[in-house]
Design a protein around this ligand. Structure first.
Ligand code: PLP
Length: 425
């Protein structure tokens, strides 16, 4: 039944039944966790072959000694493997260490403090406060990078087909101190949004309307992470940029954190040749070279685009049933109640749910007190501030299927209980 159509008496009966159910969950001593957007042990094991894959053979195309320093931009074989993931040329990619977040942090920091080119102008030297556009809900660690580096964040609406481009363009036209925008173009964290071709086309042109030294931070963390073979693709940003002459206005990121090992993968960054030259110059101040042996291991394990696709199907086999359980509980428990709306992603790691306005914190608190841990409400917004207090991120990759079944029963109960109580109040 829809909440708005229930009489006060029905609401009171509902509340009593829901509260009883809630108390039973509380009494059953649960300890479940839907917070962690990381691969399960079962998924990590899909790559276990990697640890012995080299068998002592460190030979590589360039015949360099991979054990030694050097090769700041990564080994050629690895560039050939991952350039197609970002759809950039071989001379437009850098292969780094184990974390794309580190590359993102460096990119923002270098731009803020050192600037891009040989004589590049830093954002900080412009004497205005640097600002970033943040499509919301979004990835909390993008927001932490900005906060840590003193960059002001402006939330913009994330629609079903990507950021609201009218809003983005209007803001950029009126404020040249906006120097960046965070984008997760395929299976966004946490909504699972895939940007439409029209949105990608407009993002590729932002460099023409923004102030100097603007960059799109294109975090394609879930580029190959679909739950089925027919999930929507995202258009190639760099290809669009080439048609508009805006290649210098974008940085593209990716990693194998959710392909092989989250703690021991390989991260990569795509950019124009001019940007690559400036970026590696700055990066060279922080290290002498990345772990090239791990890069070679990844080449041996994944081989090529077909190898990556094949490997990702195995992840989907583990993840899809988990997503299905979450969605089954949401549909059966909350469908037609007007108490919540949620996304049904075709890839990535998360499901995003909006409660009725004002209830996200209460639902997270109720769930925690019944033994189900959820990502803190607000985490998906800059400064932890969800103005409507509605958004909750659900991460089903780590718990077992049985644990998700149980956790989702509790979660649905908490959403209903909070909604009915709010209506009664
Ligand atoms: N980008 C997004 C959108 C993510 O969701 C995550 C991890 O959850 C990362 C980046 C982290 O990437 P990495 O492990 O390569 O640092």
């Amino acid at each position: 039944m829809e909440l708005t159509q229930a009489s006060n008496e029905q609401l009171r009966e509902w509340e009593t039944a829901l509260a009883e159910e809630y108390q039973q969950y509380q009494a059953s001593g649960l300890n479940l966790d839907l917070t962690r957007g990381k691969p399960s042990a079962q998924q990590l094991s899909l790559s276990d072959e990697i640890s012995d894959i080299l068998g002592g053979d460190l030979s590589n195309e360039a015949n360099t000694d991979l054990r030694n320093y050097g090769g700041l931009d990564g080994i050629l074989e690895c560039k050939e493997l991952f350039a197609p993931v970002l759809d950039v040329n071989i001379d437009e990619i850098l292969i780094g260490g184990n974390s794309s977040l580190t590359l993102m942090y460096f990119a923002v920091m270098f731009a803020q403090q050192q600037g891009f080119g040989e004589l590049g102008q830093s954002w900080a030297s412009e004497n205005t406060s640097t600002k970033f556009l943040c499509p919301v809900p979004g990835y909390d660690r993008h927001f932490s990078v900005c906060e840590h580096l003193g960059i002001e964040m402006i939330p913009v609406t994330l629609n079903d087909d990507g950021p609201d481009m009218d809003e983005v363009e209007a803001l950029l036209k009126q404020d040249s101190s906006i120097k960046g925008i965070w984008c997760v173009p395929r299976f966004s964290n946490p909504t699972g949004t895939v940007y439409s071709n029209a949105v990608v086309e407009r993002i590729a042109q932002l460099g023409k309307i923004a102030g100097d030294n603007f960059r799109v931070f294109w975090d394609n963390a879930y580029a190959v992470h679909s739950l089925s073979d027919d999930a929507p693709e995202v258009a190639s940003l760099m290809a669009c940029c080439r048609t508009h002459g805006t290649e210098d206005s974008v940085y593209l990121f990716g990693s194998t954190s959710k392909i092989t090992y989250a703690g021991a993968g390989v991260a990569f960054m795509g950019m124009s040749k001019a940007n690559l030259k400036a970026f590696t110059k700055h990066l060279g101040m922080t290290q002498i070279g990345p772990d090239k042996i791990n890069q070679l291991r990844h080449v041996k394990l994944l081989k090529d685009a077909a190898g990556i696709k094949n490997h990702m199907r195995k992840h989907a086999d583990v993840l899809k049933p988990r997503f299905d359980i979450v969605l089954k509980h949401l549909r059966e428990g909350l469908g037609g109640t007007d108490m919540a709306e949620w996304t049904e992603p075709e890839g990535g790691y998360f499901i995003s749910l909006n409660t009725l306005p004002g209830l996200a914190q209460e639902v997270v608190k109720l769930a925690a007190e019944a033994g189900v841990k959820l990502t803190p409400a607000g985490a998906t917004f800059p400064y932890g501030n969800d103005p409507e207090n509605r958004n909750i991120r659900i991460a089903p990759s780590v718990p077992t299927e049985e644990e998700i079944e149980r956790a989702m029963q509790v979660f649905v109960n908490c959403v209903k209980l909070a909604s009915v109580r709010q209506r009664l109040a």
